[in-house]
Design a protein around this ligand. Structure first.
Ligand SMILES: Cc1ncc(C[n+]2csc(CCOP(=O)(O)OP(=O)(O)O)c2C)c(N)n1
Ligand SMILES: [Mg+2]
Length: 415
């Protein structure tokens, strides 16, 4: 497309017409219904249509066995179920908050399954399916959102860094890490390593992200910038971030940018695999814009009905990332109803297990808040620690199995 295209969303008769309010999108779908993607190889890489038809792309050949496709389907269904369970647990007061990945499963599973063991991931707060691909137990993610741990997992164990709430900060960490492994000589070899940074469309407006692009570019760092363009940054629509498609930003920084159908797990796998290979080979960074849609709320504290039209969501439901793989499997007789029943049963079991584990998570002791502030003892922290211990001891029942604030667990032990 040539520049920003104006596309009204929902019923035009009800759409605001003032310049300030007009919803302008950078989608390539001029004149098409809301949310429509044009399957143009120049603008968007797509290998599996929403109807489940396989499309070939000259730059992204992808050969998958039936087993591999079934595994991708299984991943997609299970991560959606985990997400569903976490949202329900939040509604029931068991988690403080949850950032749902609903609608973004293909972007995350496709890119996550493109990773090799030696690659390092720098996520935001929504990459639950990438965590799944890296072997991070789902309960560890829930522990973070329940507020009973500070991070939940060892980044070195899974090559999956800690969730980062500070928008865009992890892109700098990723660029720095990539420059580090470059200096360690881990790039350009057969077993070369790469780095991938996840971030959203809103994050592209952050200084950190733009700085990381500069560093990665001029040092040719082995990093893939994976932007999940889910169209919204809480209540801010995409057109408030950019007047050009996000992937085109890369050109200005001097490295390739590519837009992929983020609801197409095949395309996300192929595009990310190629970009990671290129980084590993010493060819430098790539920006991938995975064009997708946040089907849920920003987090469980958000109410998207206050700022977006229902018609938009309805249009994207037709592009559901799971349904198209299912349609492909059925059409090509690669899976029967027994397979789909088994996957559903497995997902249900995973969901039930996660729920049970969540309810059994122990509360940390109040003093543990000081444990991991610094690796080494620190005078100020020690002082605060002593003050807080004295404060807790000041409660009359502090020594009799309560937490010092008068609460005891079922066994009467301090939590
Ligand atoms: C530096 C910074 N500024 C503001 C916020 C508040 N904030 C949290 S999420 C968010 C929107 C991010 O949108 P996007 O990058 O599109 O990611 P998405 O949530 O859609 O995945 C904002 C502004 C923050 N966490 N950090
Ligand atoms: Mg977003």
């Amino acid at each position: 497309m040539g520049g920003a295209t104006q596309v009204s969303r929902g019923d035009p008769a009800h759409w605001p017409r003032t310049h300030e309010e007009l919803h302008v999108t950078v989608d390539a779908s001029r004149g098409a219904p809301p949310g429509t993607l044009r399957n143009s190889s120049a603008e968007l890489v797509q290998l599996l249509t929403p109807e489940g038809e396989r499309v070939e792309h000259p730059d992204y050949p992808l050969e998958l066995t039936a087993d591999e496709i079934r595994d991708l389907y299984r991943d997609l269904v299970i991560v959606r179920r985990i997400d569903f369970e976490a949202v329900a647990l939040t509604r029931q007061g068991e988690l403080g908050i949850w950032a749902s990945l609903l609608g973004q499963e293909a972007a995350q599973i496709g890119s996550g399954r493109a990773l090799r063991d030696q690659d390092m991931v720098f996520p935001t707060y929504r990459e639950h399916a990438v965590a799944w691909c890296c072997g991070v137990e789902p309960i560890k993610l829930l522990g973070l959102y329940r507020g009973v741990n500070h991070a939940g997992w060892d980044p070195k164990e899974h090559n999956f860094h800690l969730y980062t709430i500070v928008i865009g900060a992890q892109t700098l960490h990723a660029a720095g890490y990539a420059m580090g492994i470059q200096r360690d000589g881990a790039v350009g070899t057969e077993s070369g390593a790469a780095t991938i940074a996840y971030f959203g469309d809103g994050a592209t407006s952050q200084g950190d992200v733009n700085e990381s692009f500069v560093w990665a570019s001029v040092f040719n760092a082995p990093v893939v910038f994976f932007c999940q363009n889910n169209q919204w940054a809480i209540s801010e629509p995409l057109e408030k971030q950019s007047r050009i498609p996000l992937y085109r930003r890369a050109q200005g920084f001097g490295f390739p940018g590519i837009r992929v159908d983020g609801n197409d797990v095949f395309a996300c796998l192929a595009v990310t695999r190629k970009a990671l290979d290129s980084a590993r080979d010493g060819q430098g960074p790539t920006l991938i814009e995975a064009f997708t849609y946040r089907m849920g709320a920003h987090t469980t504290t958000d109410d998207p009905t206050r700022y977006r039209l229902e018609a938009e969501l309805e249009a994207w439901k037709l592009k559901d990332p799971i349904e198209r793989v299912k349609a492909y499997l059925v059409k090509n007789e690669m899976a029967d109803s027994a397979f789909f029943d088994d996957v559903d049963a497995e997902a249900k079991q995973v969901g039930m297990d996660v729920r049970k584990q969540c309810l059994e998570l122990p509360d940390p002791g109040p003093m543990s808040i000081f444990d991991h502030v610094y690796a080494e003892p620190h005078a100020l922290i020690s002082e605060e620690q002593e003050q807080f211990a004295a404060y807790l001891a000041g409660f009359a029942d502090a020594a009799d199995g309560t937490d010092g604030a008068g609460r005891a667990d079922e066994e009467g032990n301090a939590s």
